[in-house]
Design a protein around this ligand. Structure first.
Ligand code: ADP
Length: 186
């Protein structure tokens, strides 16, 4: 099964993806984690994207599509993937559909975590104070939310038209969100 966890920045996608990995043995493909790993390693890619991430802007479609493509064989061997933070643009979604189709598989479900902007901004302010992730500063977070609204929200009608979209309330506790996701998948 191939699942997309969809939602605005800081909606809790990563937290829920990790739980699904533990419970179902699927592979989590988080482009944000891959990009941060590249930055931490000091690779050429890391140097190229470091400032883009810090600002809160999106990196190019080409970069993230290549990162995902590199991991699809591994995901297939595990019986599917949880896509977290990818796709973020319609071009990425189209590329993903093509890459999966060429392997004879497809996206089975898209679960949208709904969290209101006010709650997101509060969560992120708390995370910035605790962890100091560079792109959690208020200015970059504003850019991330704008990028979501401009580039990523248009994926909702894309997946709705494919009949794959389900919604889960992302406002509650980690456990209650987990339950909502499980219900959406059932
Ligand atoms: P969050 O969901 O908390 O905003 P992520 O960890 O998914 O954060 O992504 C962090 C940053 O990495 C994004 O703000 C963006 O700069 C970059 N990024 C991650 N995934 C993508 C993607 N699919 N397309 C473009 N940029 C991406």
């Amino acid at each position: 099964m191939n699942l997309i966890l969809f939602g605005p920045p800081a909606a809790g996608k990563g937290t829920q993806a990790k739980r699904l990995v533990e419970e179902k043995g699927m592979v989590q493909l988080s482009t944000g984690d891959m990009l941060r790993a590249a930055i931490a390693s000091g690779s050429e890619l890391g140097l190229k994207v470091k400032d883009v991430l810090a600002r809160g802007d999106l990196v190019t479609d080409e970069i993230v599509i290549a990162l995902i493509e590199d991991r699809l064989t591994e995901a297939e061997a595990a019986g599917g993937a949880i896509f977290d933070g990818f796709p973020r643009t319609v071009a990425q979604a189209e590329a993903l559909d093509e890459m999966l189709a060429s392997r004879g598989v497809q996206i089975d479900a898209v679960v949208r975590l709904k969290v209101d902007d006010h709650a997101l901004t509060e969560r992120i302010a708390k995370r910035f104070a605790e962890q100091g992730r560079p792109d959690d500063n208020p200015e970059s977070f504003k850019v991330r939310l704008e990028a979501y609204n401009r580039n990523t929200a248009p994926l909702l009608p894309y997946y709705e038209a494919q009949g794959k979209l389900t919604e889960a309330d992302g406002m509650g506790s980690i456990e209650s969100v987990a339950k909502a996701i499980d219900e959406a998948l059932a």
